[in-house]
Design a protein around this ligand. Structure first.
Ligand code: ADP
Length: 188
């Protein structure tokens, strides 16, 4: 099974991806985590990505598509994957369609985790005030910018996957385990 988990920053995607990974034995491919890994290693790619990420901007599509296409060839992906934080633009979604087609991989579902904007903004404030495990791009100004970029560049993926008949939506304002129950119902 291969799915996309989709939603704005602060919707709980990462948490749900971990639950899905455990329950279905498929692997979470978080482009955000991969990029943070590159930054930590101080690789060329990491150096290119760091300023963009810290500024709340998107990393160029070509870079993202390249890391995903390499990652998906690894052995642990053969049972299936959860794309988390990817695709984030229509051009990434088109490239993903092509890639999956070439590798004869079927995308089963795109799960949108929906959260109202006021709630996102309050979660964003909370995340920005946390001191443990804080990411360098987690301050409220940057998070609000990421939300704007989500609305502009990523939200158009909703009609894109609706047209493919793959989009399903869960209520991300419920408790974590309740959100996961909804996801399970959709995947079973
Ligand atoms: P969140 O889900 O909280 O928004 P991520 O960990 O998915 O955060 O991403 C953090 C940052 O990494 C993004 O703001 C962006 O700069 C970069 N990034 C991650 N995935 C992509 C992607 N698919 N395309 C472009 N940039 C990305």
């Amino acid at each position: 099974m291969n799915i996309i988990l989709f939603g704005p920053p602060g919707c709980g995607k990462g948490t749900q991806a971990k639950f899905v990974e455990k329950r279905y034995g498929i692997v979470q491919l978080s482009t955000g985590d991969m990029l943070r890994g590159e930054i930590k290693k101080e690789s060329n790619l990491g150096l290119k990505a760091k300023n963009l990420i810290d500024d709340g901007k998107l990393v160029p599509d070509e870079i993202i598509i390249d890391i995903i296409s390499k990652r998906i060839d690894k052995d642990d992906c053969k049972n299936g994957v959860i794309f988390d934080g990817f695709p984030r633009t229509i051009s990434q979604a088109l490239a993903l369609d092509k890639l999956l087609d070439k590798k004869k991989i079927i995308l089963d579902k795109v799960i949108e985790i929906r959260v109202d904007e006021e709630i996102l903004l309050s979660r964003i404030e909370k995340r920005a005030n946390e001191t443990v495990n804080k990411r360098s791009d987690d301050n409220s100004e940057i998070l609000i910018k990421r939300l704007e970029i989500y609305k502009q560049d990523t939200k158009p993926l909703i009609p894109f996957y609706q047209k493919q008949g793959k989009l399903v939506t869960v209520d991300g304002m419920k408790k974590e385990n309740e959100v996961f129950n909804e996801i399970e119902l959709l995947l079973n």
